[in-house]
Write a protein of this length. Structure first.
Length: 228
């Protein structure tokens, strides 16, 4: 349990053994003093209330709890490599659907990096009956990014994973993963060895059917072929 110190206004102004708001203190008397003490107690109470409300918004595991459309929402910040671990856990536990949107998804034949482990987990999900769709940035006319994503798209399709290209006139820079229409991953992580293992990156895991639906509706608008 985390200890929180609450600021007391009277302690900020007075020091030592002076206790101006105690009932028997004759040194501090009068209407002005009474008003000061009343306001101090009000500020102290409101401060305590705000701290308690803020503390109730977080669980012991570091997951925040907020509200969206009157539904409870759990959230967790994923820093650097932590994203890969939690994403892998979500993919391996998926029961019905995985939808991925990647700006850069870089995989290599016969490699054993983090992106290849994700591809392996996605292929295993397909084999157990999970529907997997990848919405990918394929709008650029040429360049390394297009070549990299095209190679990964072909690899995914060979494994039974549906690939949906983004619109030709707009770059899709989003990094989103939605699992079983309730878990949502979004943030800065591309699906590359650098981003998943070496870079300083920050993303968020959210459990919320309402937000997951909004993300899927957005990806529907991005997916040119409307394969969902």
């Amino acid at each position: 349990m985390t200890a929180v110190m609450i600021w007391n206004p009277t302690e900020f102004i007075f020091s030592g053994n002076e206790k101006p708001c105690e009932k028997d203190n004759k040194k501090w008397q009068g209407a002005g003093h009474a008003f000061f003490c009343a306001m101090s107690r009000l500020i102290y109470f409101l401060t305590a209330l705000l701290v308690l409300l803020a503390g109730a918004a977080f669980t012991a595991e570091g997951k925040g709890v907020v509200s969206h459309a009157r539904q409870p929402v759990q959230a967790r910040l994923l820093i650097d490599r932590e994203y890969f671990d939690v994403l892998q856990e979500g993919i391996e536990g998926a029961k019905s659907e995985i939808v991925i949107c990647a700006y850069l998804f870089k995989t290599l034949d016969n490699a054993k990096g983090y992106p290849e482990k994700i591809v392996k987990s996605l292929a295993a999900a397909v084999k157990r009956g999970v529907r997997v769709l990848a919405v990918m940035e394929l709008s650029q006319e040429s360049g390394d990014l297009l070549q990299t994503n095209t190679a990964t798209a072909k690899r995914l399709e060979r494994l039974g994973i549906k690939v949906c290209p983004d619109p030709r006139n707009t770059v899709t820079h989003a990094k989103l993963v939605v699992i079983d229409r309730r878990q949502l991953f979004l943030g800065s992580h591309n699906l590359t060895q650098s981003a998943l293992r070496y870079n300083h990156e920050a993303s968020v895991w959210i459990e919320s059917p309402a937000l997951a639906k909004e993300a899927l509706d957005y990806l529907d608008s991005v997916c040119v072929e409307k394969k969902r």
